[in-house]
Design a protein around this ligand. Structure first.
Ligand code: ZN
Length: 419
């Protein structure tokens, strides 16, 4: 029955999909049945039969060459497999010599089948169904319907999945008729209603799938779970298989060796070393903050002492290179708290010019208005209250000049107020 069903499928199907007959076939010689150009202007050919797997079922398409011309995309549209080409083949060319990029295909087979095994392991151990799958350039993700996922669960799933790989079980893929389909313990319902292809790993997984599969689970190679995060009500699990897993392990090993060298400790001691470094760093940072605070207070006290008297007021005008806006504000608070008649015009120079203007409690000149007028010099933005205002602008004019301008405005106001 299976053979007959498969023959009917092959006869009724427009282009023979050689990758279903033999997933290891890397090349074929066939005839071109159609030359065309798609809506985007990309040339394509349709072949009587093909070794090129078109994008589908979560597996990216094969790449390779046809008559030496690069195949850049393969997709199935209305039962036709379009082989998109980097440049058109000579018109009227009837024969096609096809060659797929086998490394790419085998990698896809490893990742794709690794997903079959991983999904089956989640279903078997935790009755957790798969609801999404993405085979990416670097890593692969599978979405599993589970609310919790612990390190221990991940370890058990990884152990079961890899034991199925090491068992080197046979993987079979064949087309089944609806009667047989009804008797199979499928993990998920097929997404198509005819030409249903069932992929079987005995005693483990029965899955409708249109992808390409190796003969045995051993070829999938190691299955390595890299991480997981909540996603769409379930968990998105990131993993790699086969050669990707081996490369990932070497990469991680290289990183660990380098970390071990830099931390000057063995791999088993690295986490303790890191803990120690982080603690020390926090302490150092705290001490530095305290020291900076003290410096700021000393500098503020010095500025208060050397303030310039203008009538009833005492003006502090200073550029403090490298101070942050927060530090400028802190400094202005110390100055105005120390002297109720003080007016602080503070600037920090750098990529931008930052300004903080503040007044003591016995000063009535509004600082926000003074700042607003000063900011026009540097095309800046800012705001605040009459007591204290801050802003910044481009460093096109030296900060000293900006403050000199502000000082001029301020002195005029003091003059006017006293008249
Ligand atoms: Zn599959």
């Amino acid at each position: 029955m299976d053979m007959l069903w498969e023959m009917i499928f092959m006869l009724t199907h427009p282009a023979e999909k050689l990758y279903y007959r033999d997933a290891y076939l890397q090349s074929c010689e066939t005839t071109i049945v159609e030359h065309g150009t798609d809506a985007a202007g990309t040339p394509y050919v349709v072949l009587a039969e093909t070794v090129f797997y078109p994008t589908g079922g979560g597996q990216p398409c094969d790449l390779g060459t046809i008559n030496g011309v690069e195949v850049i995309d393969v997709e199935e549209v209305d039962d036709k497999i379009l082989h998109k080409l980097a440049q058109p083949l000579t018109a009227g060319e009837g024969k096609a010599v096809c060659q797929i990029d086998w490394q790419r295909r085998f990698d896809h087979m490893q990742q794709h089948n690794g997903q079959h095994i991983l999904s089956a392991a989640f279903a078997e151990l935790y009755q957790a169904e798969t609801f999404g799958f993405h085979l990416g350039r670097e890593t692969v993700t599978v979405d599993i319907m589970t609310e919790v996922l612990t390190d221990e669960m991940v370890q058990r799933v990884g152990e079961l999945a890899n034991s199925v790989v090491f068992d080197n079980r046979e993987i079979t893929a064949r087309f089944v008729d609806p009667q047989e389909l009804a008797t199979l313990p499928l993990r998920k319902a097929p997404t198509v209603s005819e030409n249903i292809r069932i992929v079987t790993i005995p005693d483990f997984d029965y899955n409708p799938c249109g992808g390409t599969h190796p003969k045995r689970t051993g070829e999938v190679g190691p299955i390595l779970i890299l991480g997981w995060e909540r996603n769409k009500g379930g968990m998105r699990i990131e993993f790699v298989c086969g050669n990707r897993a081996i490369r990932a392990i070497y990469d991680k090993q290289r990183t660990l060796r380098e970390l071990s060298r830099q931390l000057n400790s063995s791999e088993s001691e690295m986490l303790n070393s890191l803990d120690r470094i982080i603690t020390e760093q926090k302490e150092t940072s705290h001490a530095l903050q305290q020291a900076k605070g003290q410096l700021l207070e000393q500098e503020a006290a010095r500025l208060v002492a050397s303030a310039v008297a203008k009538q009833d007021y005492r003006i502090v005008s200073t550029v403090q290179p490298g101070l942050t806006m927060q530090e400028l504000q802190k400094m202005s608070q110390i100055i105005t708290a120390a002297d109720p008649k003080a007016i602080a015009l503070l600037a920090a120079s750098g990529d931008k010019t930052q300004l903080v203007f503040a007044r003591g409690t016995e000063v009535s000149i509004p600082m926000n208005a003074l700042l607003k007028e000063t900011l026009t010099v540097i095309d800046g933005k800012g705001g605040g209250k009459p007591e204290s205002a801050q802003g910044g602008g481009q460093a096109t004019v030296p900060a000293e000049e900006v403050l000199a301008h502000a000082l001029g405005l301020l002195e005029r106001q003091i003059q006017e107020a006293s008249v």
